[in-house]
Design a protein around this ligand. Sequence first.
Ligand code: UDP
Length: 258
Amino acid sequence: MQTRVPSETPQLFSVLGLPVHLLNNYSNWLTSRAQQRIGCHVVTLNAEMTMQAEENPPLASIIHQADLVIPDGAGIVLYLRLHGRQMQRCPGIELSEALLQNFGQSPSLGSVFFFGGAPGVAQKAVEVWQEKVPGLAIAGTQHGYLSPEEEPVFHQRLKSLQPRLILVGLGVPRQEFWIAEHRALCPNAIWIGVGGSFDTWAGVKTRAPEWLRNNHLEWIYRLYQEPWRWRRMLALPKFALRALVYRLTQRLPVSSQG
Ligand code: UDP
């Protein structure tokens, strides 16, 4: 018999007008949703996405409608600390890893699907995971460069497979739009936009060393690995400035809406 994972109630907090859900254990909360067959769209919020949402109202609206918004980035965690909330970062890649472990340990939770990345990458990532967690039920994989003619065929495939955990790695904001538009295909699934996680699992890209991650400096490694992202990463100082100005102009901490 399957033991039920006790579930906390997420506390809602506002980060520059966007929601972030505060929980001690995100993977437990999501596993509990999976056990109850409750569908869920998870957004992994970082400073870059926050700044993108400011200029892209449809993206902001998707973030508002998401069932769970996690503090993925160092900027979000520092913002929360500035407002008296001691939270740990919950990187989307680590949350996905914890869920893959849970799904592997409880096969009754259902199967998982990897969608996104260059051809062969999601497949390679799945092979790595099958080796690591032999009990994991893989529904399938699909690269993220489908032609408009291939898209409907893929939709039908997802609809008939009904995986319970669907990781979508198309990059921000493409993956958020894709999930919002297609989550009804598998209404009982947990959908997470995972960016370049398949590249990391497949060994195409590496994550920053732990000491950089622990010191909120993962972005430096990212810049070193992908220097062409410098323009996109200007969002980080912009976010920091915005956060400081907001804090200085607010006499009281942002109220939490439980
Ligand atoms: N990607 C994709 N289809 C596209 C564009 C991008 O599958 O049309 C994939 C790309 O191969 C990479 C991921 O999306 O694996 C984006 O990774 P990145 O680390 O840039 O994600 P972000 O930082 O935007 O979350």
